[in-house]
Design a protein around this ligand. Sequence first.
Ligand SMILES: NC(=O)c1ccc[n+]([C@@H]2O[C@H](COP(=O)([O-])OP(=O)(O)OC[C@H]3O[C@@H](n4cnc5c(N)ncnc54)[C@H](OP(=O)(O)O)[C@@H]3O)[C@@H](O)[C@H]2O)c1
Length: 277
Amino acid sequence: MVTGATGRLGSVVRDALASEGWKVEAFSARGKGGSTALDLRDPRSVERLLSSAPDLVVNCAALSTGGACLRSPSSAWALNSVLPGLLSRRCRSESIPLLHVSTDLVYSGANPPYYETSPAVPVGLYGWTKLLGDVFVLRAQSDALVARTSVLFGEAGASRPTFSEALLGGDIGTVYVDCFRNHTPVHWLARSMLQALRRGGSGVLLLCGGEDQSRSAFAEALMRHLGKPLDGISMGYGPPGTPRLLSLRPRRAAIVLNGECPDLEKGLAEEYRRTGS
Ligand SMILES: NC(=O)c1ccc[n+]([C@@H]2O[C@H](COP(=O)([O-])OP(=O)(O)OC[C@H]3O[C@@H](n4cnc5c(N)ncnc54)[C@H](OP(=O)(O)O)[C@@H]3O)[C@@H](O)[C@H]2O)c1
């Protein structure tokens, strides 16, 4: 069972599960693309989610941007914090494995680098609601897997674009030279989350690109990879309050996955097979 199945990550996770032969029950807010519409801000929705007694629950539903959380703090709290807690309590009592997705924005960016064991202190509402979700999950179900990831790139084809899709679609005018993130290939992430589960991964894992780079360096690397000019995209500084150095060091994840998380060139090659002109 996949929540958030129409989102950037959920749509790719759903495909990855289906390609492994799973029968996927998909939920979203609006019920597009063959998913079932269910408002997960309502605590009673958890009954419906688990009514088919799934073998695995993957929670990709979220209010996934800082702006959306500030516009609707009660929705952010219900979806990002309360829902994961309720889901994990039910999953534990029914012995269903839970994979919950979280974010690098649970860290402040003030004292990098961040390992799986680093204390998390967010700076914004989005990060706080996600951190509480992670805490509620692991308090109820200590063997749940909480996959913290970073800015997603690649061709997810969901209704909301990944960072690279937005860049290529001309929807991003300024990229920040001073904000560093572990940009993460979305198909690698979906595959690796499932692999980590199969290998018994639990607790917090940083499942993300193996190195951090500025948003501007990512944009340059993407365009260079595709042989496109950076026209129309300017370099700037992140606005006040934006975490600057969210440099993740996925140590536990590398052990569980028996290898390194991909560097940017590998990630770009996987997501965008067209190189050169
Ligand atoms: N995108 C990134 O770069 C990024 C980076 C770090 C971490 N993450 C984490 O990755 C996970 C997935 O993020 P994403 O980018 O894939 O999110 P997304 O594209 O915004 O998708 C959110 C999903 O949640 C569903 N949803 C929203 N409100 C809902 C509600 N009230 N009831 C039921 N479903 C609802 C949406 O359904 P509709 O499509 O019908 O609205 C959609 O399927 C999140 O935990 C996020 O924190 C994402």
